[in-house]
Write a new protein. Structure first.
Length: 357
């Protein structure tokens, strides 16, 4: 691969990833119908693609395919995609370039670009009969995710950060490097002579991740190292799983009633549950009703759920009816003592104004 290695942090003492370790990292792929590897050209994804190619050359049978999503936000992006394609083809892996077509956003650029990238990659994986999508997020990315969510006032679920395995549109998303520090990925590229690209947006302080990245040395000096933040994420993930298990058990003991498109609970039973479970029950049932409408499955904002839970607590305690709308779902408490979750009724179109003659 022709390219520039750019400005990279020192990797003194960082051990490259060998074939045996890579095989362990990729063990999930043994049951896949195929793996689509997302490659931007940075050291993380180049290490992922290079090691995957060596893994297959060593006897693995799982088909591999590589793809680069060209956001078209920088003049160099098309050339960089071609460089990645050359690298992939030189290692015997077919490569496709996917492009972000249409008008680009002027705000929330990184967030919307990330969503467009995942959507395009998931569709491409399904079209090419690849059950798994591999991405090269590493320990530093996890630490930044935790910090960003902390700054936004997240709860336990947000502190859990990214998962090694998640799902999108029927595709398994795998992050095999999530527990590894970036210097090891850079050391791997250097050990095998794989050139990579440095994306200048990684240092652009217009973006929140870049600003947090610039603070990383000072945070680490105070003890907030990527390693400790990754441990925190793991502990939060463990607690989140336990809490979700408690929600499952509560719903098994108090199954919601169903009427047409609505779900119903007894408010007195809901209000007797611990506060964290009440929040999660609201989130779970709102998401279920919203999903039936085909709405965005993104989780509801915690502060809005907390406000709704407080209002419902007060309404149940006073016996006062309450009706609130969240994500197009009407949440109601009535005098019968029922909590009802139903799709918001369609709004009536405004009638045209009548001119007087």
């Amino acid at each position: 691969m022709r390219g520039v290695s750019g400005r990279v942090k020192e990797t003194a003492g960082a051990a490259p990833i060998g074939d045996e370790e890579a095989a362990n990292l990729f063990s999930l792929w043994n049951s896949a119908t195929g793996v689509l590897i997302a490659v931007s050209g940075g050291p993380d994804s180049i290490a992922l693609l290079g090691l995957a190619a060596r893994w297959r050359a060593g006897g693995a049978q799982t088909p591999l395919l590589a793809a680069t999503f060209d956001h078209g936000l920088r003049a160099e992006s098309a050339r960089e995609a071609r460089m990645v394609s050359e690298f992939a083809e030189s290692h015997g892996v077919t490569h496709h370039t996917l492009k972000w077509v249409g008008e680009k956003p002027t705000t929330r650029i990184q967030e919307l670009a990330r969503e467009a990238r995942y959507d395009a990659l998931a569709r491409h994986a399904l079209f090419n009969e690849r059950s798994h999508l591999a991405v090269a997020h590493h320990q530093g990315d996890q630490a930044e995710t935790v910090l960003l969510r902390m700054a936004a006032g997240t709860g336990v679920a947000g502190l859990a950060g990214m998962s090694k395995v998640s799902w999108r549109s029927g595709v398994t998303i795998h992050r095999p490097f999530l527990d590894l520090p970036k210097p090891r990925l850079i050391a791997t590229c250097r050990a095998y002579g794989w050139l990579f690209i440095e994306d200048p947006s990684n240092e652009d302080d217009r973006f929140a991740r870049a600003r947090w990245r610039s603070l990383a040395p000072n945070l680490a000096a105070e003890g907030l190292t990527p390693e400790r933040l990754t441990v925190l994420a793991g502990r939060a993930r463990r607690a989140d799983a336990a809490l979700e298990g408690m929600v499952d058990a509560w719903l098994a003991d108090h199954p919601p009633g169903a009427f047409r498109q609505a779900l119903l609970l007894r408010a007195i039973e809901w209000s007797a549950a611990p506060a964290e479970l009440r929040l999660r029950l609201l989130a779970r049932l709102i998401a279920q009703v919203a999903a039936r409408r085909g709405d965005d499955p993104a989780p509801q904002r915690l502060d809005r759920l907390e406000k709704l839970a407080d209002e419902l607590d007060q309404a149940v305690a006073s016996g006062r009816p309450l009706s609130r709308n969240l994500r197009g779902v009407l949440v109601r408490f009535d005098r019968s003592g029922a909590l009802t979750f139903a799709p918001e009724p369609p709004r009536r179109p405004r009638s045209a104004a009548v001119r007087s003659s």
